[in-house]
Design a protein around this ligand. Structure first.
Ligand code: CMC
Length: 445
């Protein structure tokens, strides 16, 4: 195996070393040296291409399966410091937004970069409120799903189907058209989610109520029965709003990366967001909150927690709702969610699973396996327990995550489109297959 020798010429920490520092790379295959600029703690992978053993050599690439150490974009949306447990949207700490903001204001912040004035927020809220209805054909489309269809599958497909209703949406370079689709997606995703839920329980769809807040209306579309006007419980309305704020963005996670990668082909935002929602569906991402509840049910009794922990340590199962690619100290969202749980349980009665979850956390955090692997509860560990207390079936949990994440996906998508450095996302590969060989007819194989 050949090597490179790298000399770090920086004298300052990465984050201060903007533009002027370099690495000197000596290619021990050829003895040649190269100076490669370091900017914001990164080198450009394309700067490595010049490092070649000869004219026929393609040049060096980096190999980084799962993007463990690759920045794929510059982004001004969300900042995370995983070691310190910090999460900020546009510079504002998540704790302050969860306490003082509301979901639509946070959506504005993510998408526009600044907190809105009162007038700006009123206009923003008005625009979203008045895009909540969906075309009647969407209802027919939803009726086509089986009664037991997973609502996340329903919503992924229906978000994609919206592109057939708004054909202008493929004009992604037109700012006004883009903005209209952003309003539509933030406004209609809860409507689709509520319809998916009501389809699954066989209830008639409930239409949006313009008098109610974003979350109040969502609760109404979900749970309205025969009353002429649904009155949401203010505690649950606020709790849901805060949960949506906590989920609103999380920089370059799997689904944001899907949104950017698919969006980079310049497809319409409905198709790109369907891809993002599909990425979210997986149990390692937004599907984890559903799996946490299933896991807690499977454990069934506090006495069985130590046995379950043994299975986790034997790598037979994962402790769902634990661990994170970026947070290696704690997930600040999980802390806030724990506080919301108490408020919700006061309104709904306690979900008995909370005691088991607390005990599981307590035992896990004392265990050397979890401490040494830096595994802490993530946003999904407690959210499902709250959602269940609020009356949501487990299959709706990832759907709720998707509603919250919608503004984040859209902010990431728009930032990608407006970034001159971005092009169609197209990674390289290290080919490991056969060399050229000749086709053999079937009777000669
Ligand atoms: N339970 C047990 N062991 C774990 C867990 C877990 N939940 N998560 C990671 N590990 C172990 C893993 O086995 C590995 O051990 P070793 O080094 O001995 O082989 C080590 O910790 C590092 O794990 P990894 O899989 O390389 O870490 P990653 O950064 O690739 O994965 C993760 C991050 C979130 C996918 C993973 O922690 C996981 O699968 N967690 C459970 C699913 C979950 O809760 N997902 C929600 C994430 S937060 C919300 C969201 O983003 O949607």
């Amino acid at each position: 195996m050949s090597t490179l020798t790298i000399t770090d010429n920086r004298t300052e920490p990465s984050e201060h070393a903007v533009g002027k520092s370099t690495l000197t790379i000596t290619d021990n295959r050829t003895g040649k040296t190269y100076d490669v600029p370091v900017d914001n703690g990164t080198i450009r992978a394309m700067d490595l291409r010049q490092i070649k053993t000869g004219p026929d050599d393609f040049g060096l690439m980096t190999y980084d399966p799962a993007f463990m150490n690759t920045a794929a974009c510059r982004s001004a949306v969300t900042f995370i410091d995983g070691d310190k447990g910090i999460l900020r949207y546009r510079g504002y700490p998540i704790e302050q937004l969860a306490e003082k903001s509301n979901f639509l204001e946070t959506a504005y912040l993510l998408l526009r970069g600044e907190l809105p004035s009162r007038d700006q927020l009123d206009t923003w809220t008005y625009n979203i409120t008045h895009h909540r209805f969906v075309h009647e054909n969407v209802k027919k489309f939803m009726d086509g799903f089986r009664y037991d269809a997973h609502p996340m599958g329903v919503i992924i497909s229906t978000i994609a189907a919206l592109s057939t209703f708004y054909t202008e949406a493929n004009q992604i370079k037109n700012a006004a058209i883009r903005q209209r689709q952003i309003f539509r997606l933030i406004a209609k995703t809860p409507t689709l989610a509520a319809f998916a839920y009501r389809h699954s329980v066989g209830l008639p769809y409930a239409y949006p109520d313009d008098d109610l807040s974003y979350c109040g209306n969502f609760l109404s579309m979900l749970f309205k029965a025969t009353e002429s006007k649904y009155v949401p419980n203010p505690v649950l309305e606020r709790a849901l709003d805060v949960l949506f704020i906590l989920h609103a963005d999380h920089e370059q996670n799997c689904s944001a990366n899907a949104m950017r990668a698919v969006g980079s082909s310049e497809v319409d935002p409905y198709s790109a967001m369907a891809a993002a929602a599909a990425a979210l569906y997986g149990p390692l991402h937004g599907g984890a909150n559903e799996q946490v509840l299933r896991m807690l049910r499977e454990i069934g009794d506090k006495k069985r927690i130590p046995d379950y922990i043994k299975r986790v340590k034997a790598k037979e199962v994962l402790l769902m709702g634990f661990g994170h690619r970026v947070y290696k100290n704690y997930d600040p969202r999980a802390k806030i969610i724990k506080q919301i749980a108490d408020q919700v349980f006061e309104a709904t009665g306690k979900n008995p699973l909370i005691d088991m979850a607390l005990e599981l956390e307590r035992i896990a955090l004392q265990d050397d396996y979890f401490v040494s692997h830096k595994l802490y509860p993530n946003v999904d560990f407690y959210s499902g327990i709250i959602y269940e207390a609020m009356g949501f079936p487990v299959t709706m949990f990832p759907v709720l995550f998707a509603i919250g994440r919608t503004p984040g996906w859209l902010a990431q998508w728009e930032e990608m489109l407006l970034d001159n450095e971005q092009k169609i996302a197209r990674p390289r590969q290290v080919y490991t297959g056969s060399d050229k060989r000749d086709y053999a007819p079937i009777d000669k194989r």
